[in-house]
Write a protein that binds this ligand. Structure first.
Ligand code: NAD
Length: 357
């Protein structure tokens, strides 16, 4: 991590200061690629504190300690940390359930990575556990927080597209058998038991949730075709999904692990009767990209401005921290809505999501 640690983190904040103000004390369960490269920098940039991590991997724990966090091999050690108010869960998918259940019982707030779980059964158990415990839970749909996607939602709400008719998404990348974010890290994404599926379960949740975010309504009907075409592993390396919202907006998503990263592969379009929004290279973990509005009468296009510096992870940390302090903002999060997204994924796989071991 390149960024310098704040003085407060290096000194180790007191219990009292940890609970005060807008600076949230975070824990992370699973300090791998996304936690290290995107969430931890987001926590720092938001002025929050990464207090502790839990990870059985020695390299991951060393990396966290180098960032000034305390590192535990087991989640119990992290739960015992009073300064940890909110916990980001970023383990392989099949381990989300155990972490969320333990954290819910401890009373800590939880931001759990997508997909919610590797199986619908696990996701249902997780939703039940956070409801039972009455804790603040959110699934980490960072794409809701990309400034370009927020600007798109504003345009749609202002009526610039007229009657919205369709959402079209391409979200693809290259993930071969040998892919690893860090040397020696397992490629759990190609193991059906650990991941719950392939490109579909990994990448489609973002698009399905974005439809909900942009349109203020869920996809209700869904169908899909998957392929295992270019890679040599057991899970799907590509999928096409078609969906329809309750009011009749159509959505299509092409997700893939078999698309070279240098090809155009991240595109989000929302089409309406009076115009169209096109976002290019906004889907993903990084800030920036381009957003244009095309007028449905003249055909002319204009760029729509948004904050190109703020990453979706930074904005996600800010939003979750703000809702932690202000319970009235928690309506933006819903385990029930996220469970609906899991049900769509299960239906897209033909009810065949692998049960967790
Ligand atoms: N929102 C996004 O853009 C995005 C991007 C990447 C990954 N993700 C999600 O984040 C999660 C992690 O993905 P990743 O790519 O960072 O994986 P990764 O393999 O790089 O990291 C996973 C980490 O979890 C640790 N771990 C394994 N078992 C554990 C346990 N029992 N308790 C605690 N830690 C444990 C591993 O040692 C490793 O450090 C997945 O659910 C993935 O779908 C989301």
């Amino acid at each position: 991590m390149a960024e310098a640690l704040s003085d407060e983190v290096q000194a180790g904040p007191s219990r009292e200061s940890a609970m005060e103000g807008d600076s949230v004390g975070w824990g992370i369960v699973g300090y791998g690629w996304v936690a290290r490269d995107y969430m931890a920098p987001g926590i720092r940039a938001a002025g929050h504190r990464l207090v502790a991590v839990a990870d059985p991997g020695e390299a991951s724990r060393s990396a966290a300690e180098a960032e000034g966090a305390r590192a535990h091999a087991d989640i119990a050690g992290l739960i015992a940390e009073p300064e940890v108010e909110a916990v980001y869960v970023a383990t392989p998918n099949h381990l989300h359930r155990a972490a969320v259940e333990a954290l819910a019982a401890s009373g800590k707030a939880i931001l759990c990575e997508k997909p919610m779980a590797a199986s619908l059964r696990d996701a249902e158990a997780m939703a039940a556990s956070v409801t039972r415990a009455g804790i603040f839970y959110g699934t980490a749909f960072d794409q809701r927080h990309h400034p370009a996607h927020r600007a798109m939602r504003d345009c749609i709400r202002e009526g610039r597209l007229g009657t919205v008719t369709a959402v079209r998404i391409v979200y693809a990348c290259w993930l071969d058998r040998g892919w690893a974010s860090f040397q020696g890290q397992d490629n759990w994404r190609i193991d059906p038991q650990q991941a719950g599926g392939g490109a579909l379960i990994d990448l489609a949740p973002h698009g399905l949730d974005l439809c909900d975010f942009l349109l203020d309504e869920s996809i209700e009907d869904i169908a899909s075709l998957t392929q295992a075409r270019a890679q040599d592993y057991a899970v799907d390396d590509g999928a096409l999904l078609i969906g329809r919202t309750g009011s009749g907006v159509l959505a299509n998503l092409h997700v893939a692990y078999n698309c070279p990263d240098v090809l155009p592969r991240r595109r989000l379009e929302v089409v309406g009767t009076t115009g169209m929004l096109t976002a290019v290279d906004t889907m993903g973990q990084t800030p920036g990209g381009r957003l244009t509005f095309t007028d449905g009468t003249s055909g002319g296009s204009e760029n729509i401005a948004f904050d190109v510096e703020a990453s979706p992870f930074l904005e996600q940390v800010r939003a979750f921290g703000s809702a932690l302090r202000r319970p009235e903002e928690r309506a933006a999060y819903s385990a029930e809505r996220d469970l609906h997204t899991m049900r769509l994924l299960a239906r897209a796989y033909g009810e065949a999501l692998a049960p967790a071991a």
